[in-house]
Design a protein around this ligand. Structure first.
Ligand code: NAP
Length: 279
């Protein structure tokens, strides 16, 4: 649900994605959950991927089904090749195909650089970067097998990579995360170049600071909020729906000519706000 600060729900046209099948990874929480719900509201059938927390995933499925579309929860660890292949195979079997992939699952394992273990580095790269590679590869195979169905969409398929402003803003104490998102940017652009002739659109969304469990410490106290707002020219912390609504647009034919682009959805965080008064 939208918070009072979030964008209004009524803005999503109910038939925009009618007949399309969407897979959203990490969809039992935060941005993925809001995106899965918004895609369902726009008329898509939705697979809600999760790795832990089946109860939360079931609640998301219930909310999506209330729009009169089909939804199901699939458990899979996106960093595990066998589980990703099994998940996409199951979706094709049960839903017929995949039209939209939102590669959203992500995590942080923060540490000062000299304290960071190889396990912390590897886990974040495995989930945030390799996970997107595996899901995008399996989705692209299905898009190419099926090809364009003009009654459904002008594209054979759409891949939306959930990146971060930290694909371009360095982030001390988070080198694994920033490196993973920098990797997502170049992976996305390379896939977009390679797959565009097959009528597959690959793009990314780079959220700024969005209120979700991943960054609770950055917004849950008044002091933390004050510090965070100094980085956001628009002077509001983002809500999951701010990202979900952009994902719906990007997945739709309204944005059919958007290929290989990162949409920064960040209230102006990437505008170097320190330079508004300094420099
Ligand atoms: P979140 O609420 O913590 O959600 C992360 C989701 O990823 C959860 O559903 C989690 O599932 C899932 N996940 C983690 N590891 C997984 C795995 N191995 N396989 C499948 N799913 C896995 O955080 P969020 O803020 O919504 O983050 C979503 C995406 O947005 C991430 O890629 C994040 O980097 C990006 N992002 C967020 C912000 C922000 O300010 N919030 C800013 C920039 C970018 P479980 O709960 O089951 O573990």
């Amino acid at each position: 649900m939208s918070s009072p600060e979030g964008a209004p729900q009524g803005v999503i046209p109910a038939q925009l994605l009618k007949g399309q099948k969407a897979l959203v990874t990490g969809a039992n929480s935060g941005i993925g959950k809001a995106t899965a719900v918004a895609l369902g509201r726009a008329g898509a059938d939705v697979v809600v991927n999760y790795v832990a927390g089946p109860e939360e995933a079931d609640k998301v499925v219930e909310e999506i089904a209330s729009f009169g579309v089909r939804a199901a929860a699939y458990q899979a660890d996106v960093s595990d090749e066998g589980q990703v292949v099994a998940m996409t195979d199951r979706m094709v079997e049960e839903f017929g195909t995949i039209d939209i992939l939102v590669a959203n699952a992500g995590m942080q394992r923060d540490a000062a650089f000299t304290e960071m273990t190889l396990a912390q580095w590897q886990k974040v790269i495995d989930v945030n970067l390799t996970g997107q590679f595996l899901c995008a590869r399996e989705a692209a195979k299905e898009f190419m097998r099926r090809g364009v169905v003009p009654e459904v969409s002008r594209a054979a398929g759409k891949i939306i990579c959930m990146s971060s402003v930290h694909q371009i803003i360095p982030w001390a104490g988070h080198v694994n995360y920033a490196a993973s998102k920098g990797g997502v940017q170049m992976m996305m652009e390379t896939l977009a170049q390679e797959l565009a002739p097959k009528k597959i659109r690959v793009n990314a969304i780079a959220p700024g600071a969005i209120k979700t469990p991943i960054n609770r410490s950055a917004w849950e106290t008044p002091d933390a909020q004050t510090d965070l707002l100094k980085l956001i020219p628009y002077e509001r912390i983002g809500e999951p729906d701010d990202i979900a609504h952009v994902a719906v647009g990007l997945a739709s034919d309204l944005m059919d000519y958007v290929v290989g682009t990162t949409l920064y959805v960040d209230g102006g965080m990437t505008l170097f706000p320190g330079f508004a008064t300094g420099g």
